[in-house]
Design a protein around this ligand. Structure first.
Ligand code: 13P
Ligand code: SF4
Length: 335
């Protein structure tokens, strides 16, 4: 390292990332490729990352795909281009590996909506319930859960439990309500939500459909029920991408974070993808947390191996069990 350690630490503490000037003539794509080889590092990226990051990643996926890839990787360093709970999950599955996140402040409104102390009280009020938590939660919440799920496997995870089993589902009330309807289970829901998926405007999507009568509406189950009611297809990010690849339609209104459009357009260059409009004038269907990561921060974090995910050993151990249970059930169902 050719930077002062104390400077780096205070820089990360204050800003969440290493704020160091980069030579503008540097080819960051080539540099990142070089660092991957030199350090035996793998870049795992979520579909909501900016296109440059997706293009330099070794694997792009949804939350389940990323956890499965993290579980299997033989790389020494995992560079997680996503948000904090995703990098934490990779660390939980690889406690002896170095896991880096380009910007430590890349959080998640859903994860923030479930503080551990309040959740513990909530759990106590519902004895005898199995706790299924959506992977978009902190490691503390995972450690208080019985099974983790993602939007790809939630239905199967719920169905793997006996029909009379009482269930708490946390923290996403929209995904929870969707799953209650799909599985017929009367689950107790935690009142959390994703700021990005709650922003879509039913009125504007309806108007867009009138202007594009052949367009299909595809939506992520984190969206609110009125938006889901407009959808021709509902699924996780990977599932939405696959749908657009295999479907014979030509036009899609996409109700999820806009980052996914990059892969949709790459896979189906002749199809048209329209981001579902938010209910105001800003680009609020961009996740402000996901978009904190940039190619520059990715390069710096690989170069200096910081910021790194460091976790309390007890939480890490306790959070691993419900994640492993999720991975085992997913395997059983061929997911
Ligand atoms: P999936 O990629 O698992 O569909 O989740 C979407 C999401 O909101 C991730 O933060
Ligand atoms: Fe969290 Fe929503 Fe951003 Fe996903 S899109 S990281 S759920 S705030």
């Amino acid at each position: 390292m050719d930077i002062n350690i104390d400077f780096a630490k205070s820089n990360i503490k204050k800003k969440g990332f290493l704020d160091i000037d980069i030579d503008v003539n540097l080819d960051l794509f080539a540099e990142i490729e070089r660092l991957k080889k030199e350090k035996n590092a793998i870049i795992l990226a979520h579909y909501y990352q900016e296109p440059d990051i997706q293009d330099v990643a070794d694997f792009i996926g949804d939350s389940l795909g990323l956890a499965q890839k993290a579980e299997k990787t033989e790389a020494d360093i995992i560079v997680f281009a996503g948000v904090h709970f995703m990098a934490e999950t990779a660390k939980i599955l690889n406690p002896h590996k170095k896991v880096l996140l380009p910007d430590l402040k890349a959080g998640c409104s859903l994860a923030d909506s479930a503080p551990a102390a309040l959740f513990r009280q909530f759990k106590e009020k519902h004895p005898g319930h199995v706790v299924i938590s959506y992977i978009n939660c902190t490691a503390d919440i995972k450690s208080l859960s019985d099974i983790i799920c993602t939007s790809s496997n939630a239905e199967k995870i719920i169905e793997s439990l006996p029909k009379d089993q009482k269930i708490i589902f946390a923290p996403d009330k929209n995904l929870g309500a969707y799953l209650k309807k799909k599985t017929g289970r009367d689950m107790v829901l935690w009142n959390g939500a994703c700021i990005v998926h709650e922003i879509f405007s039913v009125e504007k999507i309806t108007r867009l459909k009138i202007r594009h009568p052949k367009a299909k509406v595809i939506a992520h189950p984190e969206c609110e029920e009125p938006v889901l009611r407009l959808a021709d297809y509902i699924g996780s990010t990977t599932s939405l991408l696959k749908y657009t690849m295999n479907d014979d339609g030509q036009e899609y209104i996409v109700a999820t974070e806009t980052g996914i459009l990059h892969q949709m357009q790459k896979e189906s260059p002749y199809k048209t993808f329209i981001p579902a409009p938010p209910d105001n004038m800003c680009a609020c269907n961009d996740c402000p947390y996901m978009k904190l990561n940039t190619l520059e921060k990715l390069y710096l974090c690989m170069q200096y191996e910081a910021p790194e995910i460091i976790m309390d050993k007890n939480i890490l151990e306790a959070a691993r069990k419900p994640i492993e249970r999720m991975l085992a059930i997913s395997k059983q169902y061929g997911l």
